[in-house]
Design a protein around this ligand. Structure first.
Ligand code: CUA
Length: 315
């Protein structure tokens, strides 16, 4: 019902309904108590107004039942908000494993996307309807935020770290994409469109113009250009650990701890190699800080991920 109000953007993703329901609950509870408080305030102000100059208030003895009530009712209501909100939050922060993975880079003042196939877009993102899409995002400069009101998703896009957001569109069409973090003069102009297509149209779009090379292929070239392969050579006497099959696995570190080799671990190992030294290796890798663009980092990660597929067993 409320989605028909002009105040609300279209509901075009699988999470939009649950976000709206939670939001409506918060609005209704807040409205109910605001009205209750103002009505009672007026009522008591009139009922207990001072009637003569010599009047003194009667002693007040309190009421345990009343105190119990105003502790338990707000506690119950806030617990409902907390548990309900946490459920929606965890659902929204856990991308399905079969999601299409797209790289997104924010910079002053535009959005850049790259599909696994290699297709690049600026300020436009084409996705198929009815498929989960996961964005791995980072920023070339300051903090931005990826915000698509119709999907009810918003996530900060940070320099120096990958963040992710996922959505599954339920309607075809073009939807507004905003930057939701003040990021400088042209912040308001950092807008774009998410274009949701039928799966057939999406396939046609993907095969339309030449994609060039895939993200993993570009990453493989970078890997050679930066001479990563001279140390990470997969040979028994290599100076760096093998990267084949490493993605998504736990890695043992020199200090005895273990760490999951995910996107952010790989990113850190490229930019600050000495932060986490793999067991059995020496801290000798130079930093690549300032030598690789954000898109390049994502391509390198895509290449390292693609090495998993070359193994006999995929995990
Ligand atoms: Cu980017 Cu605001």
């Amino acid at each position: 019902m409320w989605s028909n109000l002009p105040l609300f953007p279209a509901r075009a993703s699988t999470v939009a309904g649950s976000v709206d329901a939670l939001y409506m609950f918060l609005v209704l509870v807040s409205t109910f108590f605001s009205v209750l408080i103002f009505v009672l305030l007026l009522y008591f102000a009139i009922k207990y107004r001072r009637r003569s100059e010599v009047e003194r208030p009667a002693p007040n003895h309190g009421d345990l039942r009343l105190e119990f009530l105003w502790i338990v009712v707000p506690l119950g209501l806030t617990m409902i908000m907390f548990i309900w909100g946490a459920k929606v939050f965890f659902h929204m922060s856990t991308p399905p494993t079969e999601a299409i993975e797209i790289a997104a880079v924010g910079k002053q003042w535009m959005w850049k996307f790259q599909h696994p196939s290699g297709h690049r877009e600026i300020n436009e993102l084409h996705v198929p309807v009815g498929r989960a899409v996961k964005l791995t995002m980072s920023s070339e400069d300051v903090i931005h935020a990826f915000y698509v009101p119709a999907f009810r998703v918003k996530m900060d896009v940070l320099p120096g770290r990958f963040t992710t957001v996922w959505f599954e569109a339920t309607k075809t069409g073009a939807f507004h994409l905003f930057c939701a973090e003040y990021c400088g003069t042209m912040h308001a102009g950092m807008i774009g469109k998410v274009i949701v297509m039928t799966p057939a149209d999406y396939e046609r779009w993907l095969s339309g113009d030449a994609a060039g090379e895939t993200m993993a292929e570009t990453g493989a070239k970078l890997f050679e250009q930066l001479a990563c392969h001279t140390c990470h050579s997969d040979q028994p006497d290599a100076r760096g650990p093998s990267l084949t099959g490493i993605f998504g696995r736990e890695v043992s570190l020199q200090d005895g701890s273990r760490v999951l080799a995910d996107e952010n671990y790989l990113r850190q190992s490229i930019l600050a190699p000495n932060a986490k030294i793999v067991e059995g290796y020496r801290p000798m890798m130079p930093t690549f800080q300032g030598q690789i663009s954000e898109a390049g980092l994502m391509q390198l990660v895509a290449y390292i991920r693609s090495l998993n597929g070359r193994e006999g067993s995929m995990n």
